[in-house]
Write a protein that binds this ligand. Structure first.
Ligand code: CA2
Length: 144
């Protein structure tokens, strides 16, 4: 069984609890369920969220041994974190970057992503389905 790490950055623990007009009504538990349902026999989901940059980097390091691919919504660290980019550059499997909102329709500071310099795919504006699409792409790239 191969593990796909679904990583979430700061404030995404509030998903479904605040700003539903931007991020919808569903929670991270719903994301975990949808991603698990997208897996066949050969893959399982490990979903994590942290408000702390170093914790996210530690999970990316651990994934070098334990995960076949990473689906990551880095939250606001997308636009600021060279350190997360460096950690992802040390991971050998596929990396899918997901944004729930269509960041390019929003403020200019959300238009640049450090993570996109490493990501094998970038999904924005599809709501929570973006995570499912990211998982499906990791499965397609790592074998069923
Ligand atoms: O659209 C996305 O998924 C973002 O990665 C979300 C980040 C934002 O900084 C990025 O520019 C785009 C913010 C996550 C905050 O999540 C919340 C969810 C519900 C309520 C409040 C915040």
């Amino acid at each position: 069984m191969k593990t796909i790490l679904v990583l979430n950055g700061p404030n995404l623990n509030l998903l479904g609890k605040r700003q539903p007009e931007i991020y919808g009504h569903e929670t991270l538990d719903d994301v975990a369920r949808m991603c698990s349902e997208a897996c066949g026999e050969g893959h399982e989901i490990r979903l994590e969220q942290s408000n702390h940059e170093g914790r996210i980097i530690d999970w990316i390091h651990e994934a070098r041994q334990s995960a076949c691919g990473i689906v990551i919504n880095p939250g606001a660290f997308t636009h600021t974190s060279v350190a997360i980019l460096d950690a992802l550059n040390a991971f050998e499997g596929p990396v899918m970057e997901v944004h729930i909102s269509q960041v390019h329709k929003r403020e200019a500071f959300r238009h640049h992503s450090y993570v996109s310099m490493r990501a094998d795919g970038v999904i924005a504006g599809l709501g929570l389905f973006g995570y499912v699409a990211g998982v499906q792409r990791v499965i397609a790239l790592t074998g069923a």
